[in-house]
Design a binder for this molecule. Sequence first.
Ligand code: EPU
Length: 343
Amino acid sequence: MKIRTNFPLQTLNSLNVSAVTDEIYFPCSVKELSEITRDKTNKAYILGEGTNTLFCQANAPLIIKPSLKGIEVSESEEYFHVSAACAESWHDFVLFCTNEGMYGLESLALIPGSVGAAPVQNIGAYGKEVGDFIERVTWFDFTQQKLVEFTKADCQFGYRNSVFKQLLNGKGVITHVHFLLPKVWQAVDSYQGLSDLTPPVTPQAIMAKVIQLRQAKLPTPKVLPNAGSFFKNPIVSQAIFQLLQQQYPTMPSYQQGNGEVKLAAGWMIEQAGLKGFRQNGVGVHEHQALVIINYDRKGGEDIVAFSRFVQEQVMNKFNIALVPEVRFITQHTELDNVNAGEQ
Ligand code: EPU
């Protein structure tokens, strides 16, 4: 197995912060995963393509970067069953499925990251989440040193959340994700921006539109280092929403099935006057205020300080606490996201 010591991580995280790890492991198979000893796995952080990770300090923890590759397809009467290994690129996988006539994932095109990271965050865009298409997930358990199968229900998918991010965080690695793509395809084109497509709406047309929308709003990490949405959209009670709506009648809102209401963090950051704002080489993107850009390739501490500033401004204006979607990783621990900006 490839192992490196004293390894710089700047090119392995899309915010481009410089951080160094004492050791990094690149297991290419389940056998190689099982060769990593417990004293190492106990303190390891699992890194995908680093598109949702903020190394907060100059020193990063021990890293395991799973490098398993491969895609397998089979079919039943109603479904395509597509299994992909964790280190496949998410966008390339979406292209592969769409080009092969296996549809459903097209709304999730161009989301940066790996296949293995997709269920951890339950990535989503334009009315769809990856969990909608997952049949099961294969996971390598560090304690038992064996593969465990998780059904979709076991994964406990929520908004940018899953059991892998909560209870199982750091306890193992997703090796393969198994997708169930219905052969009868149904367009999801109700989302603002997709609703003006000319009928008949095809998966290819949705994918092209999603790519166009994302390219217009979301900066390419290689040009402007960023981690996509930096914060989650806050979900509040109906009572809190009504209070806010009285004060801000144009505030965007999305009713959730359970009576709660999702608010638009990007809108709040913009209303707080921060869209396009830059300080000390870090800034809020000028086309999408939910994205923080590391313009001057600053260190993790500077991004943490800037995100705390954004949280403070939104708290002062709306009395709403923004919670980072990005994971805050220090040398010895992962910061609790609810309080991450407060550290
Ligand atoms: N808005 C503003 N100003 C801004 C940004 C947004 O007023 O600077 C308003 C928009 O006009 C709209 C609302 O806020 O009324 C929501 O904006 P948008 O549709 O752009 O989506 P978002 O809620 O900001 C979420 C996801 C994105 C995903 C888009 C599209 C989260 C945290 N983010 O963003 O996901 O691409 O919807 O579906 O849920 C990511 O997670 O990294 C990501 C990019």
